[in-house]
Design a protein around this ligand. Structure first.
Ligand SMILES: [Zn+2]
Length: 472
């Protein structure tokens, strides 16, 4: 009962936020896209304008205009210029914010990234404001810029007019649906039928997973058939480079399994052919890899059997703003989550006070906080596994040997988690967000921790709230 009351309370906050701005008063048809450059080091950052575009479609809500979720590292706000009324806002994450925690950024080397902000087409001049979180996790404005929609230099041509767009799932009016556009990366013209098969396989699994299964009617899914000159993508550690539409690559930010594209403008231009809220990029590669960034895109290799579970994980980043719960795999980030600041991610916390815990409504009074589990045993096993795997990879061991190591590791993990006392409870389990100590996750095993799991109740709820934001 308590859960239900709290849920209604949150719902009422979200609904209140909607009613403040009347869409037709401020916005017309289509979307405004602001392309910019985001650059700096670990210590400094700045934005510079690149181009403004009028896009034909706004796939987003016409009622949920103000984002009150407090998710994301960046806050994009739009004010009507004359009255300074807030008329639109969105939280999001950027690749720049991830990159600035790397060694390269800490050495003071400057790097720039192309980024875009999108909003419904404004009827009047607006002032946009972009804020980043400071070291304490509070938003601070770093850029503002005035835009007059009558500016003749706003580009209006339709890029890639002749590419084929196909509805995989069409549940109607995009304004109250979650609209996903799937872009193909590294599929040649001949391989477009393989792309369609991959989309079908991954989305069948997606819509069998909760909470998507119960909300299938709230989604539209578009495919854009944009062929690649060459098959596959870049794999720099193997000296492989291929000419593909979005120039995606393994080894992004120095992590071999991390796949990203930095070609934001091509991604945006191709996606603008359909009404979309979220961009998903399917990569035609057998090697395991992917990445997902809140409100930017999810990208993953899909020509292998683990891709269905990777998709669920990466979509959690893209859509729910969920953080990684694993902490034993190597990453190149330095102090990604400072341990004196509560992370904004709905599934990560530094808090071990039951009353202050952000997911306290899901915790039974009998569950201890922090919640005990045999972490040392798990850590030891994980270390051994990763050491053996690295050895196998360094001597180019046959695939069968690596497969059998992975299979026995999965079996051990399954048995280990099944043996834990609080395996089905929401609590606060130490070890999360690339950090072994001082950071906690809500459940022992969620798909944000390990591939072979479902969303736990806290992550599921975060996703359901987001579905509601887009659809109600
Ligand atoms: Zn992840």
């Amino acid at each position: 009962m308590q859960k239900k009351i709290l849920f209604l309370f949150f719902l009422s906050i979200w609904l209140q936020a909607k009613s403040n701005v009347i869409f037709d008063q401020y916005f017309g048809e289509g979307a405004l896209r602001i392309d910019c450059i985001h650059a700096g080091t670990a210590e400094e950052e700045f934005y510079a304008i690149d181009e403004l575009w009028q896009e034909p479609f706004w796939g987003g809500s016409k009622t949920s205009l103000i984002d009150t979720s407090n998710l994301g590292n960046t806050l994009f706000q739009v004010f009507e210029k004359q009255t300074h009324t807030l008329i639109f806002s969105r939280g999001l994450c950027t690749i720049f914010e991830e990159w600035r925690t790397t060694e390269e950024a800490h050495q003071g080397i400057r790097r720039s990234f192309s980024e875009s902000f999108r909003m419904p087409w404004p009827k009047f001049p607006v002032q946009i404001s972009v804020s980043s979180r400071n070291r304490k996790g509070q938003f601070q404005e770093i850029w503002n810029y005035e835009i007059d929609p009558s500016d003749p230099n706003i580009r209006k041509e339709i890029p890639y007019k002749n590419i084929k767009t196909v509805a995989y799932l069409n549940n109607g009016n995009p304004e109250n649906k979650v609209d996903i556009v799937v872009l193909p990366e590294g599929y040649t013209k001949k391989e477009m039928k393989v792309f369609r098969k991959h989309v079908a396989r991954l989305f069948q699994r997606f819509f069998r997973t909760e909470p998507f299964a119960s909300h299938q009617k709230d989604f539209n899914v578009w495919m854009i058939e944009f062929p690649s000159p060459e098959s596959g993508i870049d794999n720099p550690n193997k000296g492989i480079f291929r000419d593909t539409p979005f120039s995606s690559s393994f080894n992004a930010l120095g992590i071999d399994r991390y796949v990203l594209t930095f070609d934001n403008k091509t991604v945006r231009k191709v996606a603008s052919r359909v009404p979309y809220d979220y961009i998903v990029i399917f990569v035609n590669e057998k090697k395991y890899g992917g990445g997902g960034i809140f409100n930017l895109y999810a990208i993953l290799t899909v020509a292998h059997e683990r891709s269905e579970t990777v998709f669920i994980h990466e979509f959690g980043h893209l859509f729910g703003g969920l953080g990684d719960e694993y902490y034993t795999s190597s990453v190149t980030y330095n102090e990604f989550y400072p341990l004196d600041v509560e992370p904004w991610e709905p599934n990560l916390t530094i808090c071990t006070d039951r009353e202050q815990l952000k997911w306290k409504t899901w915790v039974n009074p009998e569950t201890p906080i922090p919640t005990p589990w045999e972490k040392e045993t798990f850590d030891l096993h994980q270390q051994e596994y990763q050491k053996t795997l690295a050895q196998f990879e360094s001597i180019h061991a046959p695939k069968s040997k690596i497969d059998s190591l992975n299979a026995s590791h999965s079996q051990w993990i399954k048995a280990f988690f099944a043996s834990q006392k609080f395996k089905d409870c929401v609590g606060a389990f130490e070890g999360a967000g690339y950090t072994s100590q001082g950071l906690y996750r809500p459940s022992l095993l969620c798909c944000m921790f390990s591939g072979n799991a479902e969303y736990d109740p806290v992550c599921r709820n975060a996703i359901e709230r987001m579905i509601l934001f887009h659809t109600k």
